[in-house]
Design a protein around this ligand. Structure first.
Ligand code: HDE
Length: 721
């Protein structure tokens, strides 16, 4: 279809179509009478049927039986991975037609808003585990396009642990709680995980990401997303190119500290879920730009790595990310189970103009996602569950099966047929029928790993070298923590060997923390899962000196730091607080889109210096500094004295300082700062500001909050890298 033809087409509001469609299934019981599932009205939902009011219950009680049976069946198997997740609805809008590279309508048509449903997740933990586990985050997006559903089922890290799908069950068995005692939950700091990793050098690059702060997002709204695999775009002329997908958050990429993450898990294990829900609820809609890196088909072999290897990324310096559209999440689900739990993503949900490559990880996933839904959602009709229905009609000859929702009419359910004029009909490519890209394949059948997949370290090194000093320190700390929890010394040592092949300084620092020495000649990094018949040298890692020594895009230190939107600021106050200062700072922060909570010794009202009643949002018992981005202490003699006397309040400040957050105080509140462990460091710390003029102080404070964290506060390293 020509470009101008499309522009002339009236915009179709598919967003509303999806909303209306979901609306048909929405059950609002408000003002309705109670019935059982046959529609029979219920007279008594409080008492079971008994032989006398103190007698035994009767088997006859069909109302009790229906209710309890339904309850007994309320759970479905949780996802074997990515069990813990949070979802949201939204829209995707394209900036400019991408018809030069893909014929996918939703990437050609700048008029239509494509509805989306997104599910973010952790990987290892169970459904009820903490949001702040050190883990990869799933970033799965469904586009309800006019050509059917397209699912981009990605992660917040651009690479993966393994190269071949056949290793996935092993990876997941290793990271999940150990099978004898089911310990630890939602954590990778245990023997089985590092045992496996230390024997799989191909995981080296992903381990750098997983041990970096990327594994501890400040918010699901502040993380990047990646399609990970190389996909294929195909245009209307049949010309293909390779494509990597990216999501770039407009709030920048920000993380929390590891100590903070562990504390958040105790104070609010729903921290990310709540944050996403609250942001959408308050109208601060999370936004990401969709980015693509395009590699022409003829450039397939131009790189030092193989485009089909999911342990590699394409550095943005080599192929820039073009931002082609924006996704806005603007509606919370009505029902967690019906939508977030029952959504069934699948890489094979594809549209014309997008195709697969031979990445062996991607190919394996194409099998897994349908298979897993059959078990989880109880049969082959899961596509008819409201959240999974496309916005376009579905017609085929599939019939019956568990929980078929449609009433398929007519007597033909086969093709070809003459009784129904051969309907439903196949569709020609020009009219949107999906035609697989005719890639030429001429090869022998073989179980093998391509030699082009054997460089396991150069991108791990590129990632480490690209980090700022604080980020490098955090990687050292994370590895020291994780390996410190590993009981088997041989595993720790083997990992030190792997680390020394990435960076000698990194290995030395971790070895120091573990009280070990880096092995002089590390075990040959051979993938220990080599085929029985293969020579070990066939699988020896290749050491490539990558031509790029640094990539700016890989460091979060280079992210956007220009806004305090949705950042949470705590104001510590008590009776006698200087309300002028308090309100001046509060107003300034709120004007910039920040959210302020007043925290007092107890709930209820506090009385200010000038007898004004101010409501406390939280008390020192219910609030914790780890749930905030910054803290401010206004003046007022009595208030300051009361706060200083509350150990939890001083702890609040100490912890905020330890986690490198911005702290502001009125000159009159110095007494509180003097009670903290950092009182002597205030003068030389850019992130702590004291001032008498609330307006000037607020402006400085806002600039500091934009910086997110003052990591330089952390101790410099003693061991030279
Ligand atoms: Fe998945 N993965 N995966 N995965 N994955 C699942 O599908 C699987 C992989 C990802 O919010 C499962 O519906 C295999 C890479 C996300 O519902 C399952 C392999 C990436 C989600 C499955 C991989 C992902 C899943 C479990 C190796 C990043 C959550 C429940 C070949 C690009 C989707 C389900 C949601 C979920 C299998 C590797 C991302 C079992 C076999 C690489 C975001 O089918």
């Amino acid at each position: 279809m020509a470009k101008n033809e499309k522009a002339a087409k009236p915009a179709i509001d598919t967003t509303n179509r999806k909303n209306e469609q979901l609306g048909q299934f929405r059950d609002d019981a408000a003002g309705q009478q109670m019935t059982i599932n046959t529609g029979l009205k219920i007279n008594d939902d409080q008492n079971s049927l008994k032989a006398g009011d103190r007698g035994p219950s009767l088997l006859e009680d069909f109302i009790l039986r229906e209710k309890i049976t339904h309850f007994d069946h309320e759970r479905i198997p949780e996802r074997v991975v990515h069990a813990r997740g949070s979802g949201a609805h939204g829209v995707f809008k394209l900036y400019e037609s991408q018809s030069a590279v893909t014929k996918a309508l939703f990437l050609n048509d700048t008029e239509t808003e494509t509805p989306v449903f997104v599910r973010f997740s952790t990987v290892a933990g169970s459904k009820g585990s903490s949001d702040l586990a050190r883990d990869v985050r799933g970033f799965a997006v469904r586009f309800y396009t006019q050509e059917g559903n397209f699912d981009l089922v990605g992660n917040n890290m651009p690479v993966f642990f393994i190269q071949d799908a056949i290793k996935f069950p092993d990876l997941i068995h290793a990271v999940k709680p150990e099978p004898n005692n089911e310990i630890p939950q939602a954590a990778s700091a245990h023997d089985t995980f590092w045992d496996f990793i230390s024997l799989m050098p191909e995981s080296a690059h992903m381990i750098m990401w997983a041990m970096s702060d990327r594994a501890l997002p400040r918010s699901l709204r502040m993380m990047e997303g990646f399609g990970v695999h190389t996909f294929r775009f195909v245009n209307a002329e049949g010309v293909a190119s390779f494509v990597k997908f990216h999501w770039k958050p407009l709030l920048g990429v920000h993380s929390v500290a590891w100590d903070e993450a562990q504390n958040i898990s105790g104070k609010d294990s729903d921290f990310h879920r709540r944050d996403l829900w609250d942001a959408i609820d308050s109208g601060a809609f999370p936004e990401w730009e969709l980015g693509v890196q395009i590699v022409p088909e003829e450039d397939e072999f131009k790189f030092e790595f193989d485009l089909l290897d999911s342990t590699k990324l394409i550095p943005e310096e080599l192929v820039p990310v073009q931002r082609i559209g924006k996704m806005t999440l603007n509606r919370n689900p009505d029902n967690f189970f019906a939508e977030t739990e029952q959504v069934a993503f699948h890489l094979g949900h594809i549209v014309p103009g997008i195709d697969f490559t031979n990445d062996p990880l991607l190919q394996g996933r194409l099998f897994s996602y349908t298979d897993t839904q059959l078990l989880r959602l109880g049969g082959p009709n899961f596509q008819q569950i409201p959240i999974n229905r496309p916005v376009v009609p579905v017609y085929n000859n599939q019939r019956d099966g568990f929980s078929r929702h449609n009433i398929d009419t007519g007597k033909t359910s086969y093709s070809p047929n003459s009784l129904n004029k051969n309907s439903p009909e196949q569709v020609r490519a020009e009219q949107g029928g999906y035609v697989t890209f005719p890639e030429r394949i001429d090869s022998v059948k073989i179980r093998a790993r391509s030699k082009s997949f054997l460089d396991h370290f150069s991108q791990a090194r590129l990632f480490f070298n690209s980090q700022s000093d604080p980020e490098k320190n955090h990687i050292v700390d994370a590895l020291s923590f994780e390996l410190g929890k590993v009981k088997t010394v041989a595993i720790r040592e083997r990992m030190l060997g792997i680390l020394s092949l990435i960076d000698k300084g990194l290995a030395a620092e971790v070895a120091y923390a573990l009280g070990l020495h880096v092995p002089q000649s590390p075990e040959t990094p051979i993938n220990k899962s080599i085929p029985a018949d293969a020579a070990t040298e066939d699988y020896e890692s290749v050491q490539v000196e990558g031509s790029l020594s640094k990539s700016e895009a890989l460091s979060m230190a280079n992210t956007i730091k220009d806004s305090i939107q949705t950042r949470k600021v705590a104001i510590l106050a008590a009776d006698g607080v200087d309300e002028k200062a308090l309100f001046a700072v509060k107003k300034a922060i709120e004007a910039e889109g920040g959210a302020v909570k007043i925290i007092a010794p107890r709930l209820g009202f506090i009385t200010s210096l000038n007898d004004e009643k101010i409501q406390a949002d939280e008390s020192f018992l219910t609030a914790a500094s780890v749930l905030f981005d910054a803290v401010y202490v206004p003046g007022g003699g009595n208030s300051v004295a009361s706060i200083e006397a509350v150990p939890n309040a001083v702890h609040f400040l100490n912890e905020a300082f330890k986690h490198c957050k911005a702290i502001a105080a009125d000159g009159g509140a110095m007494q509180v700062l003097e009670a903290t462990y950092f009182s002597k460091k205030i003068e030389n710390d850019e992130g702590v500001m004291v001032g008498d003029d609330a307006v000037t102080l607020a402006a400085e404070f806002i600039e500091a909050i934009k910086q997110h964290r003052f990591w330089e506060r952390e101790k410099p390293r003693k061991i030279p890298a």
